[in-house]
Design a protein around this ligand. Sequence first.
Ligand SMILES: O=C(O)CCC(=O)C(=O)O
Ligand SMILES: [Fe+2]
Length: 322
Amino acid sequence: MYRRVALNILTAHRIQGSIRQQYPRHSRAAVHETSHPPLHETRHPPLSAEISQTVPILDAPDLRCAQEPGHVRSVSEKLRQKGILKVSLGFADRKSRYLEQLLRSLHQNHGHQLPIAHSATRGWFWDVLPSSTSFQTANCQARSETMEDFPWHTDCSYEDPPPRYFALQVLQPDRCGGGTLSVMNVERLSELLSSAARESLARPEFLIRTPPEFVKHPDHQHIVGSILMADDEGRLSMMRFREDLLTPLNERASAALKELKQALQGAEARSHSTLHLTAKALPERSIILIDNRRWLHARNHVKDPERHLRRVRWDAVPFTVY
Ligand SMILES: O=C(O)CCC(=O)C(=O)O
Ligand SMILES: [Fe+2]
């Protein structure tokens, strides 16, 4: 399990806050830069210094933003540059219409693939909500329907191709201090590895099992691939990882995986590679959008049985260098 470092959000905000100006109601949404002092009271709770330096924030004052070219371009650019972005909705959106329209706009104007529907009834969205009685797949409780913690992982690491992005919309934050989402930067993590381990993790020498509840065809119960992947500039900045599904296929792969697990533990405690997004950082009406390959994520134990996030994953692209 991973160790949690408590961030003193309020103190951190006094040191450095994010800029928030009052924008006319229908103007282009604001991108908050973090190098300026706070101008005045914020409408949304502040982020800690570590988080505000890393996670850009966009305001979406109304639903029209999801189709407004400047807003959609900002989302696309921030995701490309940082691989992580927080959107603060200025309106109630229990049906996730903003996310739905935003993903259509990203598809039409920025080349993102649309999400794959979970099922005819669930469509693109999945409710991350503890439940012991009603499950979104027939008679089967998914991990996201429990209150358990999730160790570090990439979503759908077993899929080929895996989704490049996912977003979580907060419908009800955990009011009891649990359910904190943590994110770890893959490039920072890979810097902690020896070059031998990095090279081994980039070889397709790992068996990645499909969790039984997601096996669609009896002949497709696993894939074989690498854990690390290089980006266009040759940096090993992309990863797919979920420990309980992985089997190394030789000694070299086994040693590299062991080193990665040790590095993960070391990286947890380092604020430059890991962020803990508490309910203060991600309140109701906020959405976190994440590059699934450039950031690992984890969640600690949920304490509030009504904690409710809505998840969507999109832009499935191959995890191999051609
Ligand atoms: O509940 C969370 O904060 C994250 C859930 C998650 O990682 C998942 O559903 O894959
Ligand atoms: Fe996840």
